[in-house]
Write a protein that binds this ligand. Structure first.
Ligand SMILES: Nc1ncnc2c1ncn2[C@@H]1O[C@H](COP(=O)(O)OP(=O)(O)OP(=O)(O)O)[C@@H](O)[C@H]1O
Ligand SMILES: [Mg+2]
Length: 242
């Protein structure tokens, strides 16, 4: 279906523990926003970690632009163009906004290019320019999330993965965060999202993936996921979504 990024039959777990992902799959289309939903403990974060190379795969394939990239390390995934913002955001709280952005581009090894890319980020996210010299840890949750997302863009990735970007944010800020997601996708970057607020996540996505007990139960256009009565009952809090 897609020869961009395909995740097929992946099985993975932590250490010698049980398989947390069991035959999970996902089709990723270039330039689209994808939202992974599912109950707590379903394996959503584990799925992102597995794609990012942070967990060894026991089985399965990850193909990206025609190549099997399963088994690559996180830094190799990053160099291939797949960036990841974990649930805990992983900023350096005692560093400034600018320093955090510099850290995002350290593998460039080119100071001039890095500075000009940071300038581009400041043009796209003016709030970060305003806060350039502020310690990241002293900013609001929304600003920190903006920084975490913007930082991935320094390396001009093809794919960005955001785990629960709306976590702990006020509703108004959550809406802004989804606008940023759309902005990123509009520049041609493919987005994978995990969202606790499944209805809202799916409404802002093109493609929906339902994960439960480590297995992909359904994937398809997000409008179809939202309209499916069984998915509504089991995973969307019984909400009828037109
Ligand atoms: N570092 C870890 N070591 C061992 N087990 C883990 C680890 N991280 C997660 N797990 C286990 O893997 C399972 C899936 O967790 P995961 O974090 O992927 O779920 P999730 O769908 O992201 O849930 P949530 O909605 O709560 O974020 C859970 O049973 C969890 O206890
Ligand atoms: Mg999670």
């Amino acid at each position: 279906m897609s020869d961009f990024l395909t995740i097929k039959g992946i099985t993975a777990g932590y250490g010698d523990g049980p398989a947390i992902l069991d035959d999970a799959k996902m089709t990723v289309q270039e330039g689209k926003v994808h939202c992974i939903i599912g109950p707590n403990g379903a394996g959503k974060s584990t799925m992102m970690k597995a794609i990012a190379g942070m967990l060894p795969l026991r089985k399965g394939e990850i193909t990206f632009k025609g190549e099997n990239i399963a088994g690559l390390r996180p830094d190799q995934m990053l160099r291939r163009g797949i960036a990841f913002v974990p649930q805990e955001r992983a900023l350096f709280p005692k560093m400034t906004v600018r320093e955090n952005l510099r850290m995002g581009g350290y593998i460039l090894n080119d100071d001039k290019a890095l500075s000009s890319r940071i300038d581009e980020i400041f043009d796209r996210f003016p709030i970060l320019r305003e806060r350039a010299d502020q310690h990241a840890g002293t900013m609001s949750g929304g600003q920190q999330q903006t920084l975490a997302m913007a930082r991935t863009l320094i390396l001009r990735p093809d794919v960005v993965m955001f785990d629960e970007p709306s976590l702990g944010l006020a509703p108004k800020i959550v809406r802004e965060m989804f606008q940023i997601v759309r902005l990123i996708a509009d520049t041609g970057v493919t987005v994978l999202l995990v969202e606790q607020n499944a209805v809202m996540g799916l409404r802002h996505a093109d493609w929906g993936v339902v994960l439960d007990l480590g297995r992909t139960l359904f994937e398809g256009p997000s409008a179809e996921v939202l309209a499916d009565p069984r998915i509504q009952e089991l995973y969307l809090g019984g909400q009828k979504v037109a």
